[in-house]
Ligand binder design. Structure first.
Ligand code: ZN
Length: 146
């Protein structure tokens, strides 16, 4: 039988699956917000794989991500983030806590807000209201079905 390797991490893989056991589980993870774009997920995993260290890194922070089911609940657990909220084809992997912080923000909005907070934490000026202009942030509407 031909040896097949995971396109994401290079581990041996089942030829009928999209990757090794771990990566196939990550790619096929159910998203309650919509049907995932699995090709986009494969690309995101390939981009996030640190082949020297043998783990995935958070797109935003670079922190090593945890992927074992038993590690679910950790702030470093691998989560899928939509760089543009709601766009399935634009996904990256992010530490769960970073994803929670970025919730409903575009990358640009997230970076602007985090930089504003960091300046304030370093003793700089108060954040500006425009730093909180978040196009996709609609908390009151969240419970509504789409
Ligand atoms: Zn893999």
């Amino acid at each position: 039988m031909k040896n097949v390797h995971c396109p994401c991490c290079g581990e041996p893989a089942n030829p009928r699956a999209r990757g090794c056991r771990r990566c196939a589980r990550l790619i096929n993870r159910v998203d309650p917000r919509g049907r995932p774009d699995k090709d986009a997920r494969v690309k995101a995993l390939i981009a996030a794989w640190d082949s020297a260290e043998g783990f995935y890194r958070c797109h935003y922070s670079g922190v090593p991500l945890l992927t074992d089911v038993e590690e679910r609940g950790s702030p470093r657990y691998l989560s899928w983030d939509h760089t543009r909220p709601g766009v399935e084809g634009e996904v990256v992997v992010a530490a769960q806590v970073v994803n929670d912080m970025k919730s409903d923000m575009t990358v640009e909005e997230f970076n602007r807000l985090v930089q504003s907070l960091a300046r304030r934490i370093e003793g700089g000026p108060d954040a500006k209201p425009k730093d909180f202009d978040l196009k996709h942030f609609h908390r009151g509407e969240r419970a509504r079905p789409r």
